[in-house]
Ligand binder design. Structure first.
Ligand code: IFM
Length: 461
């Protein structure tokens, strides 16, 4: 059933970036995305509790520029201006995340009404502007108290607490949300947070990471079930997919690519859509494989209304010494990630063929660029090219049968890029962190014009 992983030699040439919004269905949703910890700031205001990322930032050497999330883009106070920017862009939709520690400072027990009031105001502002709010419950800012109490995601105790939090959000906001995703990129949470220590909470244990991934998935299943009792809004999960390619058409590289695919794509897709973990990855993990209780896999395979796919780049696997590197024919982003849009087409077609998923949203896609403000303008041509190429790749995937309903550029604003701090800029809108001044980059103007060229909805013809 599984398709062979393509090799570098077999990779098709980049698509000609000639697509327009009119090439997409009239109902297609155009948006942009952010997350709470990366933009809100106000970390110690109005009763918000500390998160594991506040803690991580305070540990020397964890964040490359020594920064933290205390102020970020001050979106907590400047959200009306940010919604005006979204309106100016012509966005249909905005993807954001709730900060669990703002809504429930200890991660259990008392709710923080001031936190709910903030999101209440944000939703009002968005809806008044005609922008559909798409929410994520967990974008990495775990209440620190849960980590202190029982190790956070390492313990099964977190599963019912996350489901309670999900149900409360769904009960209070479900009728005003266009969708709710449980988790954003559980691979990053588990692997970067508990195996490589690049992310909070900074643990280095493969066994812990595997167990965390299981608890994330289990909490997803239980949260969806809890939310179904409270709301009819579409529910799903957001996974980050970085397709794996062998560097050379040799068996060793193919096997390396297959395992890499197992670890980042199939480890999450198989439980969510097939109710099992991939056997080859279980064998690879051996004694580090997670403990799974009876009924867990059925709970994880809960029916979903959508799948969010975050796509940025691909991984090239080489077993040679020195390793064969990615050719980077279209260049690399400021994160050092290869620009390889054709993998988006291939991957979406593969997902459709192998998993028959529910409708897909590209919930993140974008690039960090070494942007410079010159005479009040940011001429970020590489980002425009990236957008053009990826939208062309997306359109091609849809023509080949992928059921994709919307696209969210990451990110609306320059923001806190986790362990890279503020040094990496992903935004359509430049943020001067000293003055908090927002300036739409050339890419923002490009995306605005692109969206304006959409097909008229059927009723308007
Ligand atoms: O900034 C992140 C985001 O929080 C999750 N997906 C990837 C982005 C870029 O690294």
């Amino acid at each position: 059933m599984t398709q062979p992983t393509p090799s570098l030699a077999a990779a098709p040439a980049p698509q000609t970036p000639s697509v327009t919004a009119a090439d997409f269905p009239a109902s297609f949703i155009w948006g942009s995305a952010t997350s709470a910890a990366q933009i809100e700031g106000a970390a110690q205001i109005d009763g918000r509790g500390p998160s594991i990322w506040d803690r991580f930032c305070s540990e020397p050497g964890r964040i490359k520029d020594g920064s933290n999330t205390a102020v970020a883009c001050d979106h907590y106070h400047r959200y009306p201006e940010d919604v005006r920017l979204m309106k100016w862009l012509g966005l249909d939709a905005y993807r954001f995340s709730f900060a669990w520690p703002r809504l429930q400072p200890q991660g259990k027990g008392a709710w923080n009404e001031a936190g709910f009031d903030f999101y209440d105001r944000l939703l009002d502002e968005l809806l008044a502007a005609g922008i559909a709010p798409h929410a994520t419950l967990y974008h990495w800012d775990l209440p620190a108290a849960l980590h202190d109490d029982f190790g956070g995601w390492q313990s099964r105790k977190i599963v019912p607490l996350f489901a309670d939090y999900a149900a409360e959000v769904a009960r209070r906001f479900g009728d005003r949300l266009a969708s709710i995703a449980t988790h954003n990129e559980p691979w990053c949470v588990a692997t970067l947070g508990y195996e490589t220590a690049q992310f909070a909470p900074g643990i280095t244990s493969r066994a812990a990471a595997a167990q965390v991934s299981h608890h994330l998935l289990l909490s997803h299943g239980h949260a969806v079930q809890a939310m179904r009792a409270e709301t009819r809004t579409p529910l799903g999960i957001v996974l980050n997919h970085t397709p794996s390619f062998p560097a050379m058409p040799i068996e060793a590289d193919r096997l390396a690519a297959r395992l890499d695919d197992g670890l980042n794509v199939r480890w999450y897709m198989d439980p969510v859509f097939r109710g099992c973990y991939p056997q080859d990855v279980l064998e690879h993990l051996g004694g580090d494989a997670p403990r799974v209780a009876e009924g867990d896999m059925a709970a994880i395979r809960v029916p979903l209304d959508f799948l969010g796919v975050n796509f940025y780049t691909r991984t090239v696997l080489s077993t040679q010494q020195p390793p064969v590197l990615a050719p980077g024919e279209m260049g690399f982003t400021d994160m050092g990630w290869e620009i390889y849009p054709q993998a988006l087409t291939q991957h979406l077609v593969r997902l459709a063929r192998e998993y028959c998923p529910p409708p897909i949203y590209i919930t993140e896609n974008g690039m960090a660029n070494a942007d410079e403000m010159v005479n009040g303008a940011v001429a970020d041509l590489p980002r425009i090219r990236y957008l053009q190429a990826h939208l062309a790749a997306l359109s091609r995937a849809m023509a080949l049968g992928a059921d994709v309903r919307g696209y969210f550029y990451w990110s609306l604003l320059d923001n806190f890029e986790w362990n890279s701090g503020y040094a990496k800029r992903f935004g359509l809108v430049h943020v001067d962190y000293a003055s908090q001044q927002r300036t739409p980059k050339h890419s923002a103007h490009w995306y605005r014009d692109f969206i304006a060229g959409r097909a008229a909805p059927p009723g308007a013809r």
